[in-house]
Design a protein around this ligand. Structure first.
Ligand SMILES: Cc1ncc(COP(=O)(O)O)c(C=O)c1O
Length: 377
């Protein structure tokens, strides 16, 4: 019998196929122009992204990690400070804090959304706490009302990790405009992905935007003489080639986001009644954008192997909570019971195929295979 075509976890090639002529034209335009750094493409992308995302100011940077580091620095995080970080996230959320000589203080995540728990964040407070760093993980907005209330009460800064949350909305408001600064990643597999590394900081505050513009360009002031540097900055500029390519893809982002949301709703419908924990679909102005569609499954590794045998790609995000990472001087694996939700999620979370070009038929095939697994096991 003929095997059906494999269904990957994600496919960048399918996306590229439809955009090939426009991407080639954009790359050629930059190469012909001879302007590669801090030129018109970068400025246009910043303005267009700000409009699409619904944030007043957008500052292009070299990666999402840099956007986090410079956002934290812009709000005043430095050596000796503590920043509260969810332990269930990609490690860059925490390393951005460490890069500045500050300390990430880990907190647990909410059992529904897998984003920073405000209660756990409250327990992590100390007199050294300078900022809170919620992550809109997998495109699911964090509980920003509670986190913003906590930060107001304690005079803390809030930097949103929006690496997985392009176009996400929380109670009608856009991710990246809820706290003081938001950090986006355009890593190729992200909902909006470059052809290399790229990132961006967003803010509603004009002064913070100016600080970010200076920090990304070696601390050079926006106004004033060249080669006078009043502050220590970095080289973290978004280059013209990436900006031009991102402009092509940005035009599709609303459509792609809607498509991810439709596919998520279909998954939820087709997986109903199975012993799985499904991600919330949003509502009331809160719109997750399903960078990944992550279910929590008993016997997760067996299920992944079963799907793999049937040509269905899955991924484990994230197998080790950050507080258990050797990089943070913790023994990896095992459980210490400190953050039970994160520990449970690291054992059970499984990402199913999710990308805008995925078809309804493919989603149905994935769901049928999952039903088959639970019928047999
Ligand atoms: C939650 C989260 N934070 C930060 C980053 C870092 O972004 P980048 O890879 O662009 O440096 C990523 C993505 O890789 C991420 O998923």
């Amino acid at each position: 019998m003929k095997q059906p075509a494999p269904i990957p976890l994600l496919s960048l090639k399918q996306q590229y196929k439809s955009l090939r002529p426009a991407m080639h034209a954009a790359a050629k335009r930059v190469l012909d122009s001879g302007v590669f750094i801090l030129g018109p493409e970068g400025r246009a992308f910043e303005a267009e992204f700000a409009k699409t995302q619904g944030v007043p100011h957008a500052v292009g940077m070299a990666s999402g990690t840099d956007a986090l580091v410079l956002s934290l620095k812009a709000v005043g995080v430095g050596p000796g400070d503590e920043v509260i970080v969810p332990t269930f996230t990609f490690i860059a959320t925490a390393t951005a804090v460490s890069t500045l000589g500050a300390t990430p203080v880990f907190a647990d995540v909410d059992a529904e959304t897998l984003t920073l728990s405000a209660e756990s964040a409250r327990r992590a407070l100390s007199p050294k706490t300078k900022a809170v760093l919620p992550v809109h993980l997998f495109g699911q907005p964090a509980d920003m009302d509670a986190l913003l209330a906590l930060s107001r009460e304690r005079g803390l800064k809030v930097v949103e990790d929006c690496a997985q949350a392009h176009m996400a909305r929380y109670k009608g408001r856009p991710a990246g405009a809820l706290g003081h600064v938001g950090a986006f990643s355009f890593y190729p597999s992200k909902n909006l992905g470059a052809a290399g590394d790229a990132g961006l900081a967003s803010t509603t505050d004009a002064a913070l935007a100016e600080t970010c513009l200076e920090l990304r360009n070696c601390g050079r002031p926006l106004k004033g003489a060249a080669y006078h540097h009043p502050r220590i900055g970095y080289n973290s500029r978004l280059d013209e080639l990436q900006a031009a390519l991102l402009r092509v893809k940005l035009k599709k982002l609303s459509f792609w986001t809607k498509r991810r949301q439709e596919l998520a709703a279909l998954y939820a419908k087709k997986l109903a009644g199975l012993p799985l924990r499904l991600p919330p679909l949003g509502g009331g102005g809160t719109a997750p954008v399903f960078h990944l569609f992550v279910v929590r499954a008993p016997r997760r590794d067996e299920l992944a192997a079963f799907l793999k045998e049937r040509g269905i790609g899955t991924g484990v995000y994230y197998p080790i909570p950050v507080h258990k990472q050797p990089a943070y001087a913790a023994p990896s694996g095992g459980e210490d019971g400190r953050f039970p939700v994160a520990e449970e999620a690291s054992r059970t979370a499984l990402a199913l195929p999710m990308f805008p070009e995925l078809t309804a038929k493919e989603v149905e095939r994935v769901c049928r295979a999952i039903r088959e697994f639970f019928a047999k096991n």
